[in-house]
Design a binder for this molecule. Structure first.
Ligand code: AMP
Ligand code: GLY
Length: 424
């Protein structure tokens, strides 16, 4: 089977690495990929939103299966594009329809979905520039901190958590009137602040049945002790030690089952991953958000724990026969330390030479994100540069193995969090 993976992050490198374990996998292509995917598959220099060029490659390279990594092509309807093209009728695709991708594409849509299907989440109200006055008055009625969310996709930057009322009101005006976050912020969800600890839940569904992947925890802030700006993710661990069996069964009953049932009831075609961002408050689970893809940096610690042939899982998802598969999970502990460019998540340099990247070993795998190869050099090419993933007897061991490798890898202004796992 020939496979096309769309995306260029460490998540997509991990997909590629995992699919290669399957003896059904023949040629694997990644569009556009990175220096790591180039080593184990073939990169195609095509933008993830250039659907026409992707279609040409699917035809020319006899691709049988497409797996979509990032959310933007999903929100823009790549799955509907492939499924509705008569030249592509035999191509299998993993990813939700455009309608299903609204779970991530619009915060307002996803909040309404949760309320309609009785899925526990923070209380909320939505406002636009026509009822800005009501939004300002609503802020007067709720306690701080104030959670303001741009409705549309904003690359993880559209959520503001603000301690004082005056700043919250100013930010609401900035989003609704002054175009902060552009069109994504023309509708704003204001929601109740939930105080708890977060974890990531990943579900694979063919729209009828579902399988739960290993749970993970990511570290979103740039600074140690979870301080500073939000990033794409600075590290991850799996499993999640504080998630008890009892808690996870509440997650399945109250959140996963009604989510899959809700997709069916609302006619949202969905054959792909549902990433449920959870928060545990007094041992009760609430949904913070849905994403319609796998998480990054979580995928890099989740996939090594999947024992079932991953390609089989992908094919069954796309064909709608997931109920015939098992999901076998390995009881192993993985950590991921993300190495980033200095300055990230704000301005940073690209094009710095990376030295000291070791070969993968049985215990440590290096997944590339923002990297590219020029001649024999590997250069930085993005904010998040590498994911260093290690296996250990426990979290301490896994994390310290990753840090040993991190210390050997060098490039100008390298940065990483030194406290991944501090709270476990
Ligand atoms: P989101 O993009 O909706 O996942 O929000 C980004 C981050 O903001 C989350 O990972 C949480 O850390 C935080 N956050 C979002 N909504 C809330 C909430 N209602 N209460 C507390 N923290 C929140
Ligand atoms: N790790 C969070 C995300 O992928 O959005």
């Amino acid at each position: 089977m020939n496979i096309l993976i769309i995306g260029s992050g460490a998540r997509e490198h991990a997909f590629c690495w995992k699919l290669k374990e399957s003896n059904k996998a023949k040629d694997i292509f990644v569009a556009p990929g990175n220096s790591g995917t180039a080593k184990i598959a073939s990169n195609l220099s095509i933008d993830v939103l250039n659907f026409k060029a992707l279609k040409n490659s699917i035809l020319n390279l006899s691709i049988n299966l497409v797996i979509v990594g990032p959310e933007i092509p999903l929100i823009e309807g790549i799955v509907d594009f492939i499924n509705s093209d008569i030249e592509l009728t035999s191509v299998l695709v993993v990813g939700p329809s455009k309608a299903g991708a609204m779970l991530e594409g619009s915060k307002d849509f996803s909040k309404e979905f949760m309320f309609n299907h009785n899925i526990p989440t923070a209380k909320y109200k939505s406002f636009n520039c026509d009822n800005l006055d009501k939004g300002l008055a609503y802020l007067d009625t709720i306690p701080p901190p104030y959670v303001l969310k741009a409705d549309g996709p904003a690359a993880g930057k559209g959520v503001l958590i603000i301690d004082n009322l005056k700043d919250a009101k100013n930010e609401l005006i900035n989003m609704l009137k002054n175009n902060k976050f552009g069109a994504s912020g023309h509708n704003v969800v204001i929601e109740e602040f939930l105080d708890g600890i977060e974890l990531s839940c990943f579900v694979l569904t063919d729209g009828k049945s579902y399988k739960i992947l290993p749970y993970a925890k990511d570290y979103k802030r740039i600074g140690e002790g979870d301080k500073g700006l939000n990033t794409g993710g600075m590290g991850a661990v799996s499993p999640v030690p504080f998630a008890s069996k009892e808690f996870l069964s509440k997650v399945e009953e109250r959140i996963i089952k009604p989510t899959i049932e809700g997709l069916k009831l609302d006619n949202l075609p969905y054959k792909g991953f549902v990433f449920i961002g959870l928060i545990m408050v007094n041992n009760e689970p609430y949904v913070i958000e849905y994403n319609v893809r796998m998480g990054d940096p979580e995928t890099q610690v989740v996939l090594p724990r999947v024992k079932t042939d991953f390609l089989e899982l992908m094919i069954s998802t796309a064909k709608g026969s997931l109920s015939e598969c098992d999901m076998e999970i390995i009881e192993e502990t993985y950590s991921n330390i993300v190495m980033v460019a200095g300055g990230y998540p704000e301005n940073y340099e690209k094009g710095n030479v990376i030295t000291g990247i070791p070969e993968d070993t049985e215990n440590t795998i290096i997944f590339h994100a923002g990297t590219k190869s020029i001649n024999n050099d590997v250069l930085t090419n993005g904010g998040r540069v590498l994911s260093i993933v290690s296996k250990g007897q426990d979290h301490n061991e896994a994390i310290s193995k990753s840090y040993k490798v991190v210390e050997k890898i060098n490039y100008k202004d390298k940065n990483y969090r030194k406290d991944i796992g501090f709270d476990l």
